[in-house]
Design a protein around this ligand. Structure first.
Ligand SMILES: Cc1ncc(COP(=O)(O)OP(=O)(O)O)c(N)n1
Ligand SMILES: Cc1ncsc1CCOP(=O)(O)O
Ligand SMILES: [Mg+2]
Length: 360
């Protein structure tokens, strides 16, 4: 690739060292990301793109650049940032390494222009591919997290909102919706941001109810839209393909429309009449059975579900449930969360066993 004809000036040792260091940096960062795509996500496409980028970088990493390396004289090897020493989650590790790769590619793009006529354009194109990889990876991670979530906590306003949600997260919750119909916008935005930070610390997703603008401003994982809220397509325009959009449905027609509109999941209910939404008529267990039979996308039974009637909802075919009062008003939200999850897992393995033995 570094055909000498494309070279504009004889390479200075400092320039070679800069290019060598940043080729190393970008290749290492991509390797770290690739390992997660391969072993953490089992995603051959994402891992393949990392490998392809690494190979293209390797082709630029010619002997002239590698031999310019002078590690003992490099003052930069001693410099570390406290954040480099700490990684509190996979999310943070990935973000840090994407940042490292993108910075290194930018350096390669700028200094590369002096070294080789084609280098600037090549690294610019690679940097854009890394941005695309980053958003594809984030979208994939979000969707995987949605798929593995069987319990969905929808919050209600509480003095100790963060404490209750954290207790549920400690019980294994992986999906939370911030729902608050009465607070001022300033309070809502502050709460959405705090909840987002809290959920991400536990590797859980945060969805914001009703408001696309808050979901964006809080950098949440998505939005939940009812039949009277924004159309899914309009929300998608603002949120892009990487964030999750949920839609409430009370019957088969609404379910079909939500799927056609491109919702990522649907709420199915209210299963029972509930004081949390007193004006809404119950859709009943029949609609749960209908969803179990017909929905090709993830769906959450919601409305009046608690630890006493959970079995009935699961027997009607629900594999995922959402709850407000059962967790928000529990004396021990951690224990209730653990109970819900254990029952959902029990039912899932019962179904898997039945399928294995060919029974209905
Ligand atoms: C998971 C889930 N399902 C349904 C709803 C209800 O949404 P909506 O009909 O818009 O009513 P409000 O929650 O906005 O009062 C939900 N929030 N979450
Ligand atoms: C938001 C919502 N959408 C349909 S039912 C419902 C409220 C569920 O609340 P609870 O779990 O307290 O019955
Ligand atoms: Mg709504």
């Amino acid at each position: 690739m570094t055909d000498k004809q494309n070279r504009t000036l004889p390479a200075q040792p400092a320039l070679c060292r800069i290019l060598d260091a940043n080729l190393d940096r970008s290749r290492e960062g991509l390797r770290i990301i690739e390992e997660w795509c391969r072993f953490g996500l089992n995603n051959a496409d994402l891992a393949g793109e990392c490998k392809q980028l690494r190979q293209e970088l390797a082709a630029w990493h010619v002997a002239e650049l590698r031999s310019a390396r002078d590690t003992p004289a490099d003052p930069g090897t001693e410099l570390t940032h406290p954040q480099e020493e700490q990684r509190s989650s996979i999310q943070q590790l990935l973000e840090a390494n994407f940042c490292r790769v993108e910075e290194a590619l930018r350096v390669l793009e700028e200094y590369g222009k002096i070294y080789d006529r084609n280098m600037g354009a090549a690294f610019k194109q690679m940097r854009y591919r890394v941005y695309t990889l980053e958003s594809n990876l984030l979208a994939y991670r979000r969707y995987q997290q949605l798929l593995r979530s069987q319990l969905y906590l929808v919050t209600s306003p509480r003095d100790n909102l963060m404490g209750v949600v954290e207790a549920a997260l400690q019980g294994g919750l992986t999906l939370v919706q911030y729902r608050d119909k009465n607070s001022d916008d300033g309070v809502k935005l502050a709460n959405a941001r705090k909840l987002c930070e809290l959920c991400h610390r536990y590797d859980a997703l945060l969805i914001v109810n009703d408001r696309v603008d808050f979901a964006i401003a809080a950098d949440a994982d998505g939005v939940h839209l009812g039949q009277g809220d924004w159309p899914v397509a309009e929300a998608r325009k603002l949120l892009g393909p990487g964030r999750i959009i949920g839609r409430s449905t009370t019957n088969g027609e609404e379910m079909q429309r939500a799927i056609e509109e491109g919702a990522d999941y649907i709420g199915v209910g209210p299963v029972y009449h509930t004081p949390t939404k007193p004006d809404k008529q119950a859709a009943g267990l029949d609609y749960v059975r209908y969803a179990a039979d017909k929905s090709p996308i993830p769906w959450f039974a919601i409305g009046g579900i608690d630890i006493n009637n959970l079995d009935e909802v699961l027997n009607a075919g629900a594999q995922r449930v959402a709850a407000v009062r059962a967790i928000m008003e529990a004396e021990q939200p951690t224990l209730v969360t653990q109970f819900f999850i254990s029952q959902l897992i029990r039912m899932e393995s019962l179904k898997a066993q039945k399928a294995l033995h060919g029974k209905n």
